[in-house]
Design a protein. Structure first.
Length: 205
């Protein structure tokens, strides 16, 4: 996702050359306003968090617009800066709804299922859920960058544990942003202000 240029680029994994570019700035369907997260859905569909348009958009593998869902607000299915989307354990779409301080879960076609999280500093609460990733067991990992920690939830949104919350040390973070899940279910964290990648061992979720 090329956020500042409001487009998506697809590259050849061997040559590094772009094979597909689509998108432009705007509010019409298929356009973007600072898109951020991306997930690969069923049939290789591209699911894009169109952050400042407060919606999620779906495209075919050749960049053809398919559908979108969401609008600005705090009601179920609405967003206030959705920053990331991930494919859940049962084909669901899991969205980090940053300024609503929650995670929302939808069907693969965008129907609202449930949400979890609230603003705060307690277990399972957020002050800036930014990115999400899902383990092979379906556990949902969320980077809460303002609290310098990673939260882990079950696939049903039940809080399991938090990691970090401090600004120094081997398993602590300073503004953790991007997340990825390794082949062994380890959690890879982009620890932004510590200028490093932290790998949390498999077995945590």
């Amino acid at each position: 996702v090329d956020s500042d240029l409001n487009r998506v680029q697809v590259f050849d994994g061997n040559t590094g050359k772009p094979t597909l570019v689509f998108g432009s700035a705007g509010t019409a369907l298929g356009q973007f306003d600072q898109p951020c997260g991306l997930a690969i859905g069923e049939d290789d569909h591209l699911i894009i968090a169109d952050t400042r348009n407060n919606r999620i958009q779906s495209f075919s593998r050749d960049g053809t617009f398919l559908f979108s869902f969401g609008s600005f607000g705090a009601a179920e299915g609405q967003f206030n800066l959705p920053t990331d989307v991930s494919l859940g354990h049962r084909g669901t779409l899991i969205v980090a709804d940053e300024f609503n301080h929650r995670i929302q879960v939808f069907t693969r076609l965008g129907s609202f299922l449930f949400a979890f999280g609230a603003q705060g500093e307690g277990p399972g609460q957020f002050t800036g859920p930014e990115f999400v990733a899902v383990t092979s067991h379906g556990h949902i990992c969320v980077s809460d960058w303002k609290q310098h920690r990673i939260h882990i939830f079950t696939s049903d949104g039940v809080f399991v544990q938090s990691i970090g919350g401090q600004e120094s040390g081997p398993a602590s973070f300073r503004e953790p942003f991007g997340l990825a899940i390794g082949a062994d279910d380890s959690i890879l964290v982009a620890d932004c202000l510590n200028n490093r990648i932290v790998v949390l061992g498999a077995g945590r979720g």
